[in-house]
Write a protein that binds this ligand. Structure first.
Ligand SMILES: CSCC[C@H](NC(C)=O)C(=O)N[C@@H](C)C(=O)N[C@@H](CO)C(=O)O
Length: 696
């Protein structure tokens, strides 16, 4: 056969960041579970499906000793997630894969079990309303399932019938009586979350037994009548499985709410509020190995001049005073696990551009930093002898990978995983500068290969969201390496309101978003453009969410940048405040005066920089009204309006079926492709075509 000389020969890109098809195909790890004896580790790996239009997760097992290669243990077109080991080693997970024994029903997210001895997974509980997640007790044969019931249903049978009737009638409407009504991209209601204790099911009476058929597990609702109060609250089950501790959200009037801490008896469903304060929200951390003490995350409720603060406390499970833990530590800790002897806790906390693992001594409150590298650790689990922890580790130089941590020495060893670290082109540096008030401001700077005094790189300023966050971990949404591969340097500053720099850094920006957060970012930019390897004449500012807010603020307060990219951004604060999914959160800080003083839309007449506006219609965190109003006001009121022919330098990249994030791989490629086109035109003065898939 004659070779087809017209087809280009595929060329392997230098790195996956030089080709968007290769970038979106990098497998993505999340979650980590360890079994009771510490011999098995399971993580979830999302990969592209065969059509390259969705990610599908599968469970992979890793060798905690690091000797054997990782192996895939589940496989289905729908994927699996939420792995939890039962104490006997069986693995529970959720999946919407079809039930091989009940192929007539529409697939829902069901509870599956993979036996410890091997063999295929089977469905152990399925219900029309689906199963959201499962947690298992560390030392007892007990597990709790989170699943939703329709508000008016009396039991599972009634719930099933109501759901069936609603579906057959084609009704999607939701009648609300309270707030909130949305969360991120989800419509809340008419179902409400409940916690179910998992119990042995009974064989149907008179049904002939078959060789392999086992009854489904039964679910016992231990949170009857809790209304909407368990929304966004997770169950923490004690090691002996006897109690569940959870946050419970209670209304406080005028659309506001707070979170109290509740103990639920797993056997009876009896409930007791164990922490309740008008000044703090409480969340449950893990329960101690002897089942006596729960670690509590204490979040100070905010106000116009009261920034948030996060501390830990220890509370006797059966009642008693809340004892502060490491109260003087100037950090916002997140508890991960108890040491098995009960002497301490393993926590993570943002710290100076990283999120290391720490141990806290529960007797003295002494804090010890365990991991020393500039990386961020999540999903930390601990071995039964307390000598070793396992975690997902990432940084701005590598995506999440599973590591083993020697808790005594702090030595961190990557375990053989499903995927190698992707090669990067360029390098990462830390940049130190000071804000207008002399406060330190730190940033990361990604430099493209070849940047130097003789070939200074164009600069992209990337502003993080939150604003209570830090550029300290890998994100797939904001990958500077894709832009570095095109020759740009990318500045990632942590300005006022960033986490990991102490309470003072939060206070500097609270209620004053346009002040220190903005001037810190400009100070970081000034420091970087003064370098010989950066070209001050070719720059752009970009940000998403709160970072988009700041990009909009930058647009109205300086014309130093050649272009601005603003994704899912807050534009008019008086409109954002009451329409976002959690108005009660923002409006505590955002008085009418604060909103007026800090709203980017009030400065639209000063905007003379071309802006690329990006928004997803299903974004409930920063509703589409922000993007629509920004777009119209740019064209109608800015200093760079649409001309008499309707022509404009601004662009609006609109995703009708995406939300706050751009989740579909084909849309992520469009996102980066349009950003590259826009930057090339306005920053480099070069022509790069928009992605062909836009059909233009
Ligand atoms: C509703 S409470 C939490 C709001 C949260 N802010 C933080 C963590 O400070 C938030 O979602 N803010 C968005 C406006 C935002 O900027 N989101 C960021 C970070 O989550 C994003 O990149 O999407």
């Amino acid at each position: 056969m004659t070779p087809d000389t017209n087809s280009p020969t595929p060329v392997k890109p230098k790195t996956p960041f030089h080709d968007l098809d290769h970038f979106v195909a990098i497998p993505r790890l999340s979650g980590l579970a360890v079994n009771a004896d510490g011999t098995r580790l399971v993580t979830s790996v999302a990969t592209l499906n065969s059509k390259c239009n969705a990610y599908v997760s599968a469970l992979w097992e890793l060798d905690p000793e690091g000797n054997s290669p990782a192996r895939r243990i589940t496989r289905s077109a729908k994927g699996e997630s939420g792995a939890a080991f039962l104490v006997n080693g069986d693995l529970l997970f959720t999946s919407t894969r079809p039930d091989p024994e009940n192929s007539d029903e529409d697939p829902v997210s069901a509870l599956w079990k993979l036996p410890a001895q091997g063999g295929e997974a089977r469905i152990v509980h399925s219900r029309r309303g689906g199963v959201q997640g499962v947690v298992a007790a560390r030392k007892a044969d007990a597990a709790v399932v989170v699943a939703e019931v329709l508000a008016g249903s009396s039991d599972e049978k009634d719930d099933d019938e109501r759901r069936k009737a609603r579906k057959e009638a084609g009704v999607e409407a939701i009648l609300h009586t309270g707030y909130p009504v949305r969360h991120w991209d989800a419509d809340l209601g008419p179902a409400e979350p409940r916690f179910f204790v998992v119990e042995e099911g009974e064989q149907e009476a008179l049904k002939p037994a078959t060789v392999d058929e086992q009854p489904q597990l039964a679910l016992c609702n231990v949170t009857v009548g809790m209304g909407t109060s368990l929304r966004n609250n997770s169950p923490c089950i004690s090691p002996d499985g006897a109690v569940i501790i959870t946050g419970q959200t209670v209304p406080t009037g005028k659309g506001d709410q707070r979170t109290v801490l509740v103990r639920i008896d797993s056997a009876t469903g009896d409930r007791t509020v164990i922490l309740d304060s008008p000044d703090y929200d409480y969340d449950a951390g893990p329960v101690s190995p002897d089942n006596s003490t729960v670690v509590v995350v204490i979040s100070r409720r905010t106000g116009p001049t009261t920034p948030p603060d996060v501390k830990l406390g220890l509370l006797p499970v059966n009642g008693g005073p809340l004892a502060p833990l490491a109260a003087d530590w100037d950090a916002w800790p997140s508890p991960a696990a108890w040491l098995p002897d009960g002497s301490g806790l393993i926590v993570t906390a943002d710290d100076d551009g990283a999120s290391p693992v720490f141990t806290l001594d529960v007797a003295t409150g002494a804090v010890r930093r365990v991991t020393q590298d500039a990386a961020s650790y999540t999903d930390v689990v601990v071995s039964p002898d307390g000598a070793t922890a396992y975690a997902l580790r990432s940084s701005y130089e590598f995506p999440p990978e599973v590591v083993r941590i020697d808790l005594a020495s702090g030595t961190v060893t990557p375990l053989p995983g499903p995927v190698e670290r992707p090669a990067l082109s360029g390098r990462l540096e830390r940049v130190d500068t000071t804000g207008e008030d002399g406060h330190p401001v730190k940033s990361y700077l990604v430099l493209p290969a070849g940047a130097g005094g003789s070939s200074p790189a164009p600069l992209l300023l990337w502003i993080h969201g939150g604003p209570l966050g830090s550029w300290n971990a890998w994100t797939w949404r904001w990958s500077p390496w894709l832009l570095a591969a095109k020759g740009y340097a990318v500045l990632l500053p942590d300005p006022a309101l960033s986490t990991g720099y102490g309470q003072k850094m939060i206070e500097r920006g609270w209620g004053a978003w346009g002040d220190a957060p903005f001037t810190d970012i400009m100070a970081a930019t000034d420091a970087v453009v003064a370098r010989p390897d950066i070209d001050e004449s070719r720059t752009a500012a970009m940000g998403g969410s709160f970072g988009g807010y700041m990009a909009n603020w930058v647009a109205g307060h300086t014309d130093r940048f050649n272009a601005i990219v603003t994704h899912a951004s807050l534009w008019a604060l008086d409109q954002f405040g009451p329409t976002t999914d959690a108005s009660f959160y923002w409006e505590k800080e955002m008085t009418p005066e604060m909103a007026l003083a800090n709203s980017p839309h009030a400065h639209v007449e000063k905007i003379s920089t071309p802006m690329l506006v990006i928004h997803g219609d299903k974004d409930y965190r920063v509703p589409i009204g922000e993007g629509l109003r920004l777009w119209y006001e740019l064209l109608s009121k800015s200093a760079l309006p649409a001309d008499a022919n309707g022509e404009t330098d601004h662009r609006f990249l609109y995703f009708p079926d995406e939300n706050h994030w751009i989740l579909k791989p084909q849309h992520a490629k469009i996102w980066y492709g349009v950003v590259e086109h826009f930057l090339a035109r306005h920053v480099l003065g070069e022509k790069v075509e928009v992605p062909a898939e836009l059909g233009l």
